[in-house]
Design a binder for this molecule. Structure first.
Ligand code: PGA
Ligand code: ZN
Length: 424
């Protein structure tokens, strides 16, 4: 039974404030959760409440969200069983009363929602992934490691936001993570040797200036080979283009030229002929529904087409995407929708309709590792949580190592089965 809830303002990985929540139960259980924050946020995301008081943290303080938890949520939730996740989340949605959680703030609601789940799991003496996923939770996701950062996450001239490696050929998660870390270190040597920058972007990947976006893939290919792995078999590639960021007045301003969605689609088709790309996220802008449908018809049999800003983990937008065949996969971010129950509903909706899901961090993160457990509990088979470096990123990968260890012989690494469309 929930006995007390405490909220506070803490810092995220970019040094911006975010919400942390602690929940105490009558059996002595205490659980804690922290809320992530995006930079290339979709226009249709639930509202992250910021104070706007420029005297503190450039207006980014979250004291109002913290106060909303203390003044408007705590009293309403005292006495609930922590296992009543769906009722508790619904109660908070009712108190909020808006479609975008702008009254209480999605950051307030999500912090409580995640802490409730962790408290219930701890009280039942279960790991979070087992509490949420039950006995069938046994699939370790492919880590989609973002080793070269561009777009809104870097100060470089590279348009594509994320260049990821996916070690699909590894036998276990642990081996997959090792190969990713080895390639990451080789990439640093390759960049140094060529006199390119080795500074990092927001998600821990390198952020050099490059002549083209394809040049990033060439550098990664070189690093993969230098680390002793076979590109296209052991390790394949994935992109998050985050195209909304460079879309304006109906055109994509890419590599210095204005392009239509058809021209972007042709560009991706050519790129996928040259490089073993299994997944492309946000290849087009968040409101270009027709362009997405045409692109998915053209590329979707071979490549996973992932909607992030397009879907914002919102069941209504996912339903439209399913009806219009606008993509074939959903990026899942807990704070885009703002409660655990709705996140699980979004994953269910996607899976029931043959869409894949990729569990995801945000570019602003904390030491909270909930998404690692969610990736295993939902059996989604894929997680992206940045480079295999920097503690707020590796906290999630390290949690997956612990889960794999706990599952022991029952663990299965998703590997190539996460990308059924891809054939090397
Ligand atoms: P964000 O980036 O957290 O800044 O939105 C991650 C992504 O676009 O997937
Ligand atoms: Zn994205």
């Amino acid at each position: 039974t929930i006995e007390g809830i405490v909220a506070r303002e803490i810092l995220d990985s970019r040094g911006n404030p975010t919400v942390e929540v602690e929940i105490g139960l009558d059996d002595g259980t205490i659980a804690r959760a922290a809320v992530p924050s995006g930079a290339s946020t979709g226009a249709f995301e639930a509202i992250e409440l910021r104070d706007g008081d420029t005297e503190r943290y450039n207006g980014k303080g979250v004291e109002r969200a913290v106060a909303n938890i203390e003044d408007r949520i705590v009293d309403e939730l005292i006495g609930y069983e922590a296992s009543e996740q769906r009722l508790i989340d619904q109660r908070m949605l009712d108190i909020d009363g808006t479609p975008d959680k702008s009254a209480l703030g999605a950051n307030a609601i999500l912090g409580v929602s995640l802490a409730v789940a962790k408290a219930a799991a701890a009280s039942a003496e279960l790991s979070l992934f087992r509490y949420l996923g039950g006995p069938n939770a046994h699939v370790l996701p492919v880590p989609m490691m973002n080793i070269l950062n561009g777009g809104a996450h870097a100060d470089s001239n590279v348009d594509v936001q994320e260049f990821m490696i996916a070690p699909i050929g590894a036998p276990t998660f642990r081996d997959a993570l090792r190969s990713g870390a080895e390639v990451y270190h080789k990439l640093k040597s390759v960049l140094k040797k060529k006199g390119l920058g080795t500074g990092l972007g927001d998600e821990g990947g390198f952020a050099p200036n490059l002549p083209t976006n394809a040049a990033a893939l060439d550098l990664i290919a070189e690093a993969v080979e230098a680390a002793g792995y076979r590109l296209g078999a052991d390790i394949v590639l994935a992109l998050d283009v985050a195209a909304t960021e460079f879309h304006s007045d109906g055109a994509y301003v890419f590599e210095g030229a204005k392009k239509s969605s058809e021209e972007m689609t042709d560009y991706y088709a050519k790129l996928a002929e040259t490089y073993p790309i299994v997944s492309i996220e946000d290849p087009l802008a968040e409101d270009d529904w027709a362009g997405w449908a045409t692109l998915t018809a053209a590329l979707g049999d071979k490549i996973q087409i992932v909607g992030d800003d397009l879907f914002v983990t919102n069941p209504q937008r996912i339903s439209r995407g399913i009806a219009e065949r606008a993509a074939n996969a959903v990026l899942v971010k807990v704070n885009q929708i703002g409660s655990l129950t709705e996140t699980l509903d979004a994953v269910d909706l996607a899976h029931r309709n043959g869409f894949r899901c990729m569990m995801s961090h945000r570019s602003g993160e904390t030491e909270d590792t909930t998404i690692a457990d969610l990736a295993v509990s939902t059996g989604c088979g894929q997680i992206k949580t940045g480079a295999p470096a920097r503690s707020e990123r590796v906290a999630k990968y390290n949690q997956l190592l612990r889960i794999e260890e706990e599952l022991a012989d029952a663990a299965r690494y998703a590997g190539a089965s996460a990308f059924p469309r891809y054939r090397s």
